[in-house]
Design a binder for this molecule. Structure first.
Ligand code: BT5
Length: 264
């Protein structure tokens, strides 16, 4: 099985796409700073919804709130331009559509069960397999998806390795990265379209994979609080029961650590 560590062939991805918009057009780079930055440039130039950037390696991959995202060769690092028609309060749900779609795609291609930690962590075997970064640029949103596919754990720095997992470490074999890329775009489009038609149905699919509700959590960032995660509401915010009552925490602004488990 080819691991696509040296090259990604756009034609192979395009042939496997089951989409009408996502991955069209598709821009493939050997190396990028952050695919979110390249997608944002495309969005600012008026690129249509679905325009996608994929890079073999990111030298400046980003997580949320200025954190860095390790992106060596062998992972799937891609960003999609969206032009949401949802009211701004519900934009975080676009990230939910991406994480449910990515989880479903990994299941389709490998059979592995991927669960989700609020707001958008992809978790397999209790460790972080990937993540989603939603950024806005004017009326466009850029959604970045990262999945540790054909990486060895030793490809990641020690401080990240302790809480990370890769598909290769999980399965003991590489996956076809072009097939995985096409599957992620296909499932992201499907779940994005479901969100437009029926946000409640998309939330139900997210909740079916959720690991957060019912757990003791510690939130840091804009808010600092500790309590029990009680519910995710209709705009993707987390309701946390604390000693001072129920607090509503918006996605995107905070870090969440589950206190009763190792994942952060
Ligand atoms: C995320 O942030 O989980 C969002 C990651 C989004 C990455 C994609 S790749 C394509 C696109 N282009 C980009 O520049 N970004 C997107 P957050 O929840 O903030 O998690 C970041 C934290 O995860 C870091 O502080 C590390 O602790 C850990 N981490 C970093 N790299 C990792 C990796 N490869 N695997 C697992 N954990 C990692």
């Amino acid at each position: 099985m080819k691991q696509n560590r040296d090259r990604l062939e756009s034609g192979a991805i395009e042939r496997a796409l089951g989409t009408s918009r996502f991955g069209r057009p598709l821009h493939v780079y050997d190396r990028a700073g952050s695919t979110n930055d390249l997608a944002r440039e495309l969005a600012d130039q008026g690129a249509p919804e679905g325009s996608t950037v994929i890079a073999l390696v990111q030298t400046g991959g980003r997580g949320r709130r200025g954190r860095s995202w390790q992106s060596p060769a062998g992972g799937l690092w891609l960003s999609v331009v969206l032009r949401p028609v949802l009211e701004a309060e519900r934009w975080p749900l676009v990230g939910f559509a991406a994480s449910v779609g990515a989880a479903a795609a990994v299941g389709d291609v490998t059979g592995a069960l991927v669960r989700l930690k609020w707001p958008n962590d992809l978790i397999a075997s209790g460790r972080k397999l990937g993540g989603v970064l939603v950024e806005s640029s004017g009326s466009a949103a850029v959604v970045g998806i990262g999945i540790n596919a054909n990486l060895s754990l030793t490809d990641l720095p020690a401080e990240v390795r302790a809480s990370a997992v890769t598909l290769m470490s999980l399965l003991g074999r590489p996956v076809d990265l072009e097939t995985l890329a096409a599957a992620v775009l296909t499932q992201f489009e499907r779940h994005h379209d479901l969100l437009q038609r029926d946000p409640g149905a998309l939330l139900a699919l997210w909740r079916a994979r959720d690991l957060t509700v019912g757990r003791a959590v510690r939130i840091s960032g804009v808010y600092d609080l500790e309590g029990t995660a009680e519910e995710v509401d209709g705009s993707g915010a987390l309701l946390v029961r604390t000693a001072a009552g129920v607090q509503r925490v918006a996605a995107g602004e905070v870090s969440l650590r589950t206190v009763d488990a190792s994942q952060s």
